[in-house]
Each structure stands twice: as structure tokens, then as C-alpha cells.
Design a protein around this ligand. Structure first.
Ligand code: GN1
Ligand code: CA
Ligand code: CA
Length: 149
């Protein structure tokens, strides 16, 4: 093959690859992009932060065990714990829904004895250091993870 031919192939290959590339600062995994924000924010602020970071950005929702395992690995790598994700039981106590579309969550990974609605004020969901989930007050400041689309 000619030099020009090879150059053309390389160009086409990298253009095709381009569709899977995430915006700067986001990490690619299985057709989604993730942003690990080390800034601390309330859930309300974190939701805004994700929407501002990308037009279809939102607080992360964990869809299955595989995604959960990958996220746990990424959080560990970044030494991040106590991180907000995008679910809440603010509408009806003990019924946790996705913050984006109010659908019930199919996958959960609660820590032992959670969710406990401690002191009656815990309606948001965070990872804690062992990678499991805890319900916590929505207005405390935590780091957070966004995803898109
Ligand atoms: C934390 O800090 P403490 O023990 O009052 C946590 C609760 C957990 C509990 C589990 C603000 O409460 O959500 O259920 O540990 N509080 C916060 O022991 O994250
Ligand atoms: Ca609650
Ligand atoms: Ca709790």
C-alpha cells in the first residue's frame, strides 16, 4: 500500500475512534462518559454541576454490577469516597428513584444496615469508602460523579 493510502486509513480510523472520545476531563466506559468531580457540593449543586459540565450531563446512576465495579475501581484510583450519585427517596420514603426520570432503580449496592434514613433526614445516596451505598442528607457537601448520556 502507498504512503498516501496508509495515511488515509489512519485518518479514517482515528475519525471513527473520535465518536467514542469523551469531552476533556471525562472518562469513557461502555458507551458512556463519566466525570469524577473532586469539588464538594450539595446534591442540588452537584446536579447543576453535571448539567453545566455537559448539556446531557447528570449525576451518575448505576445500572448494573459491572458498571458498579468499574466505578468503584475508578473511585479507589482517585482516592475518592463519600461521593454523590443520582438517586433519591425524597418523593416517598424508602422508594429510591433516579433523579433524572423518577424511575425505580433496578440495581442497588447498599452498605450493611442502609438505607436507614438516619435522624429522619436522609434522602440522597452516596458511596462510602468500602464502595457500598449509604443514604445521607442531600444538603451535605460531597464530591460527585456525573455521567452522559
Ligand atoms: C453516618 O455519622 P453518623 O454515625 O451519625 C451517616 C449515616 C449512616 C451512619 C451509619 C451524614 O451517621 O447516613 O447511616 O453513619 N451520616 C452521614 O453508621 O453521612
Ligand atoms: Ca430517606
Ligand atoms: Ca444512612
Amino acid at each position: 500500500m502507498s504512503f498516501v493510502g496508509i495515511l488515509l486509513l489512519v485518518t479514517i480510523a482515528s475519525a471513527a475512534q473520535g465518536y467514542r472520545v469523551c469531552p476533556k476531563g471525562w472518562v469513557y466506559y461502555r458507551n458512556r462518559c463519566y466525570l469524577f468531580s473532586e469539588e464538594k457540593a450539595t446534591v442540588k449543586e452537584a446536579m447543576k454541576g453535571c448539567a453545566n459540565a455537559a448539556s446531557n450531563g447528570r449525576l451518575v446512576q448505576v445500572h448494573n454490577a459491572q458498571e458498579e465495579a468499574w466505578l468503584e475501581q475508578q473511585l479507589k484510583l482517585r482516592a475518592m469516597s463519600r461521593v454523590w450519585m443520582g438517586m433519591s427517596d425524597i418523593m416517598e420514603e424508602t422508594v429510591f428513584l433516579k433523579l433524572t426520570d423518577a424511575r425505580k432503580i433496578a440495581f442497588t449496592n447498599w452498605n450493611d444496615n442502609e438505607p436507614n434514613n438516619h435522624r429522619g433526614i436522609e434522602d440522597c445516596v452516596e458511596w462510602v469508602s468500602n464502595g457500598k451505598w449509604n443514604d445521607a442528607p442531600c444538603d451535605v457537601k460531597r464530591q460527585f460523579v456525573c455521567e452522559m448520556p
